[in-house]
Ligand binder design. Structure first.
Ligand code: SAH
Length: 372
């Protein structure tokens, strides 16, 4: 029986830049970021390529094995010497009372956080794209870590595999790039990781992959031109003065330019759906006028607003809104015809909610520690 049974050939074109990022690093092949098609050439067979890909996905090995069942030894030996896997370990696993699981994944010279968010029948994995972040969003814990390094594509795919193997109910079918880092500051690796995740195996749909950006305009243009995955823009304010205070890079790529891009892209690609994220910071961006301006700003853009109550962290200068204030803000958007949902925090008790990922460990004495 052929191992390729039930595994269709990919129909989407291979994107040259994503492919390049998956292929070469120090002369080696980033094996976890390779698609079946990438492996077909080196292994001289699609059946072997599928067998290897299945093995990598099912086992998530830490080292390249000497043999892979279903792959001819000589072909594997050749590929093995020309490729690498991420060095990794599970540093910690913290379960939240609401079922969210925060995993700290140790890489060769960095630790990143990955969050598994179970929701009945459609679990989501939130992956990190960088170890740290160079954007200085004032309300985000990851920004306090400062710059880390860009993750390689295989290290992003790895996070999905590690979280999927920790899932106790269904295999996660959604991936959001909302963990540590600014994905569009690491665009080539993010595109390569999406390409591998949406390959025939593990076969996620691009419609179930969402990349969230703090608003890096040139990379947003590129992303929208080459990727079918969803884009979420973290807007977080309705005036440039407030947004610049919260997100200093707003001086370079202000609100009108960001939303202008979404409007144009929506006209060119009418099927594209956008998400606009809005972290509610009590007394800063949650006034009635903010709701009115947000509705006006989004006019002509097919976007769903994800209203996110601020998740506090030690040292955060902002106050989380009351539940009623968050609902009031959403109601004001609804009244103006804006599609919106509230993303109530998941995993907040283990610092695994949006903007809390900063390698924080709750110490035994109940004290918090920021390291990195
Ligand atoms: N750098 C990317 C992705 C990481 S942040 C971005 O900015 O989109 C993922 C989401 O969490 C963003 O929408 C961000 O605005 C939100 N976020 C950051 N800090 C937060 C906090 N303390 N509370 C709630 N949401 C936060």
């Amino acid at each position: 029986m052929s191992l390729t049974r039930g595994v269709p050939r990919p129909t989407r074109p291979v994107r040259p830049d994503a492919r390049a990022a998956a292929m070469r690093k120090d002369g080696g092949l980033d094996l976890l970021a390779c698609t079946v098609a990438d492996l077909e050439g080196p292994l001289e067979s699609r059946t072997r390529a599928v067998a290897l890909r299945r093995f990598l996905i099912d086992e998530t090995p830490r080292v390249l094995p000497s043999r892979v069942s279903g792959v001819a030894q000589s072909a594997w030996d050749r590929l093995r010497t020309a490729s690498f896997l991420p060095t990794w370990s599970e540093v910690s696993r913290t379960a939240s009372g609401d079922g969210t699981l925060k995993l700290a994944v140790g890489l060769d010279d960095a630790t990143v956080e990955t969050v598994l968010i179970p929701t009945s029948g459609r679990s989501t994995v939130c992956v990190s794209s960088q170890a740290g972040c160079t954007r200085r969003c004032d309300f985000c814990a990851t920004a306090r870590l400062g710059s880390g390094r860009n993750l390689r594509a295989g290290e992003i795919v790895l996070q999905y595999l590690v979280a999927a193997s920790a899932a106790t109910d269904s295999t996660p079918r959604n991936v959001v790039f909302m963990g540590m880092g600014e994905p569009l500051d690491n665009l080539a690796a993010v595109l390569a990781a999406i390409r591998a995740l949406t390959d025939v195996l593990p076969g996620l749909s691009p419609r179930h992959v969402t990349v969230s950006t703090a608003g890096v305009l040139p990379a947003m243009k590129r992303f929208l031109a080459v990727s079918d995955a969803n884009l979420a823009l973290s807007l977080n304010a309705t005036t440039d003065a407030v947004r610049t205070r919260l997100m200093p890079h707003n001086t370079r790529w202000p609100i009108a330019a960001l939303l202008g891009l979404l409007r144009e892209a929506g006209e060119r690609q009418p099927k594209r759906r956008f998400f606009v994220e809005y972290v509610v910071l009590s007394g800063v961006n949650d006034a009635h006028d903010d709701a009115r301006r947000l509705a006006e700003l989004l006019h002509g853009i097919d976007a769903q607003v994800n209203v996110i109550p601020h998740n506090p962290f030690p040292g955060s200068p902002y106050v989380a809104p009351e539940r009623a204030d968050t609902l009031r803000f959403q109601q004001q958007l609804k009244a103006r015809g804006v599609k919106s949902i509230v993303r109530w925090p998941r995993g907040a008790d283990v610092a695994g909610a949006c903007g809390q990922l900063a390698l924080r460990h709750v110490g035994q004495a109940g004290t918090d520690r920021l390291d990195g």
